[in-house]
Design a binder for this molecule. Structure first.
Ligand code: ARG
Length: 481
């Protein structure tokens, strides 16, 4: 379709667009192509940012008022209109309003609703403001909020692991830890749970760092890319929004998505952390393993096989890790090579940031809920703890302690394992005697008692790790409070 772009009064019609839907138009002679306008809309992706834009708009009113650009009366009218918008966001009517229009994004929709509610004052709200600095500021407020939620979820999960670790420590439940899924060494369930908690401690700390970074530099007042010749009080706006200070360079700040990317990165990393114990729980709940049972409330059935009970939440968490990671790499790739300031490609990062983050937080919440429905079967775990010659390393260590080299001990114990395997039995006192060591741990309980290093499954070491971890969790929680 070839159309002339020549200015022509007869074609200067925007009948398809309600008054105020477009935030531009004066220099355009023809109406925009509706399909292209729809393609360019990010409304469905950024509606979730609406409450943050309202806060941002209020802070811009402050910047205008403090700069002497807006009367107290006009500011009052704008705040009253923004109060209405905030209520409409909460009760859902704003979403209906926004969807009914041809808005490019949530920022345009809010601006239009404010102009509808307060026509005179509303016409001044966008003075010295661009959607570029609105988008950048709104994303930082969103990142601060969701990073805090993410940190709290990671803390909840880490605490749940550590609480169950304390119980398992008291019960002394043993478990065969694996590498390559092959029986490796006896540990305790408490050791495993404390181990699983650590990645969530790091995830919580990572989210907390993002929340902190999201409260440093406020882009508002950077306008499109070069600041404003209007005397906007940027410092007052930054303060109102809880930032430490206004951002330093307008050209950089309007196109900077670093903190939002860090949020997505932290989210992806947290779900990847959840995907690893999820994998174990999927295996542990199989009849073949029998280490754990998932309560009915967290499991699902098969539409065909009547006997099936599936651990879907843990499988979905594994899948969510892949999805979130995809959004992170997608958003990061979008920012690559686009030059300074704002380029429209950046709009594409929003869908990834928002959907990736929301899904990651939902996955962390689901993981925490499903874990609460997971019941361990201590007897089965314990019965298998010393299966597969898992004490072989302890026997070799006993030889090394008695003077053998590591190579000699490894070879000699390996030979006893081969012999025992052929005879269909476990390593026993006879093997220990044949190896010339007076005494070596031959069962799981003796194995973990014999462990000496910090960070090992020795129950005293595990208790120390749990206590240190809980202190760290308290410190992160305090920072978030
Ligand atoms: N819809 C755009 C976005 O969400 C808003 C920025 C528009 N700025 C511009 N220069 N076209 O990223």
């Amino acid at each position: 379709m070839i159309e002339s772009d020549e200015p022509s009064l007869t074609r200067r019609s925007r009948v398809e667009f309600a008054e105020g839907e477009l935030q531009w138009g004066g220099r355009f002679a023809v109406a925009p192509d509706a399909a292209l306008l729809a393609f360019g809309s990010s409304l469905e992706d950024d509606l979730v940012l609406a409450p943050f834009d309202v806060r941002c708009s209020r802070a811009h009113v402050t910047a205008l008022t403090e700069g002497g650009l807006l009367s107290g009366v006009a500011a009052g009218e704008l705040h009253a209109a923004l109060d209405v918008v905030a209520e409409e966001i909460t009760d859902g009517t704003f979403v209906a309003f926004a969807r009914a229009g041809a808005f490019e994004d949530v920022h345009g929709a809010i601006d239009a609703r404010v102009r509808e509610l307060a026509p005179d004052a509303g016409a001044t709200l966008h003075a010295g403001r661009s959607r570029n600095d609105q988008v950048a500021t709104t994303l930082l407020l969103y990142a601060r909020d969701r990073a805090t939620t993410g940190a709290r979820l990671a803390l909840t999960i880490a605490r749940a692991f550590e609480e169950r670790a304390l119980g398992a420590l008291e019960d002394g439940t043993l478990l065969a830890a694996t590498t390559h899924w092959q029986p490796a060494q006896p540990v305790s369930l408490a050791f495993w749970l404390d181990g699983a908690a650590q990645a969530f401690v790091r995830a919580a700390a990572r989210f907390a760092r993002v929340a902190r970074d999201a409260a440093r530099f406020c882009p508002l007042g950077s306008a499109a890319l070069a600041g404003s010749s209007l005397p906007l009080d940027r410092a007052a706006a930054a303060r109102e929004l809880g930032f430490a200070e206004p951002s330093r360079n307008a050209l950089d700040t309007v196109g900077d998505r670093d903190v939002a990317l860090d949020l997505l990165h932290a989210a992806a990393r947290a779900v990847v952390a959840a995907s690893r114990p999820s994998e174990e729980f999927v295996l542990w709940t199989t009849p073949a393993f029998g280490y754990a049972r998932l309560g009915d409330a967290a499991a699902t059935g098969s539409s065909l096989m009547p006997q099936k009970k599936n651990p879907d939440p843990f499988e979905l968490v594994r899948g969510a890790a892949a999805r979130t990671l995809g959004t992170y790499t997608g958003a990061l790739a979008t920012t690559s090579g686009i030059g300074l300031s704002y380029h429209r490609d950046l709009q594409e990062t929003k869908a990834q940031i928002v959907h990736g983050t929301e899904h990651a937080l939902a996955a962390l919440d689901a993981f925490a809920r499903a874990f609460a429905h997971l019941h361990f079967n201590a007897e089965t775990m314990e019965a298998r703890a010393a299966e597969g010659y898992t004490v072989a390393t302890d026997v070799a260590d006993a030889m090394i302690a008695a003077g053998s080299t590591a190579r000699e001990a490894h070879a000699a114990v390996g030979e006893r394992v081969l012999l025992a395997e052929r005879q269909g039995r476990a390593l026993d006192d006879g093997d220990v005697a044949a190896l010339g060591v007076g005494d070596a741990p031959l069962d799981g309980a003796a194995s973990i008692r014999a462990k000496k290093t910090s960070g090992s499954p020795n129950p005293e070491r595990v208790a120390a790790s749990i206590a240190a971890t809980q202190r760290e969790l308290d410190a992160i929680a305090q920072e978030l409070a």
